[in-house]
Design a protein around this ligand. Structure first.
Ligand SMILES: Nc1nc2c(ncn2[C@@H]2O[C@H](COP(=O)(O)OP(=O)(O)OP(=O)(O)O)[C@@H](O)[C@H]2O)c(=O)[nH]1
Ligand SMILES: [Mg+2]
Length: 209
């Protein structure tokens, strides 16, 4: 299976003045701290070390922009719901992510990551409501599917789908069930992104993982 796109880090920003020019169509990844945003982005482009990953929540602290295939921007956002974040940094989250989501001209859609073991939490509902207010299309993605098996996995996915259907305004489609660990759902997510960018994704076989 072809796995790699050519991707490069552009910049990390904490406020709007530091964002790179909005010259390419963009998709952003949001979700709770530790839900697996950076891991999913890495798996999606087939480069293990592109975005920094950590078992400790609060790993990604800046709005990180990546150029993919020279044609799109993928944007890795700091997570929410990290209780230990001091007040000042919470303010920083609102300033950076808020500025990003409200003002980014070429933002095509936001991928909302939901941990399959947790379902949709109150903070996720707030994020989705915010995206709906901004009329931003969003795609629900379940992460860490490998952590559940059998009936538990099926039930959790059914519940997650029911909840995101209920929250359906501006949703792009049903939940895409993913695992950054074993690659489940990555092709489906790529196909959804390809539709979003209205073109066929052309994998770059030369890129290194
Ligand atoms: N088993 C399993 N672990 C995962 C998966 N995705 C991420 N993880 C682990 O979950 C932890 C958090 O992953 P990150 O990708 O850093 O999470 P994040 O959402 O970017 O977190 P912040 O940057 O803090 O907001 C790391 O220990 C990852 O290895 C997955 O699909 N399966
Ligand atoms: Mg991260």
């Amino acid at each position: 299976m072809p796995t790699n796109y050519h991707a490069e880090f552009i910049t990390g920003a904490v406020r709007a003045t530091q964002f790179p020019p909005a010259e390419l169509p963009e998709v952003a990844f949001v979700g709770r701290s530790n839900v697996g945003k950076s891991s999913l982005l890495n798996r999606l482009v087939g480069m293990r070390k592109l975005a920094r990953v950590s078992g400790t929540p609060g790993c990604t602290r800046e709005v990180n922009f990546f150029r993919v295939q020279g044609r799109w921007h993928f944007v890795d956002l700091p997570g929410y719901g990290y209780a230990q974040v001091p007040h000042q940094r919470r303010g920083g989250w609102e300033e950076s992510v808020g500025a990003y989501l409200t003002a980014r001209r070429d933002l095509r859609a936001v991928i909302v990551l939901l941990d399959i073991r947790r379902g949709v939490t109150d903070l996720d509902r707030q994020m989705i409501a915010w995206l709906q207010q901004l009329a931003t299309p969003w795609q629900p993605v379940a992460t860490k599917m490998d952590k559940l098996t059998g009936n538990k996995q099926r039930k959790a996915l059914t519940d997650l789908n029911a909840e995101s259907t209920r929250l359906g305004l501006f949703a792009l489609g049903p939940v895409i069930a993913c695992s950054a660990l074993n690659g489940l759902g990555i092709d489906a997510l790529r196909a959804r992104l390809a539709t979003l960018f209205d073109e066929k994704i052309q994998p770059d076989f030369s890129a290194k993982g």
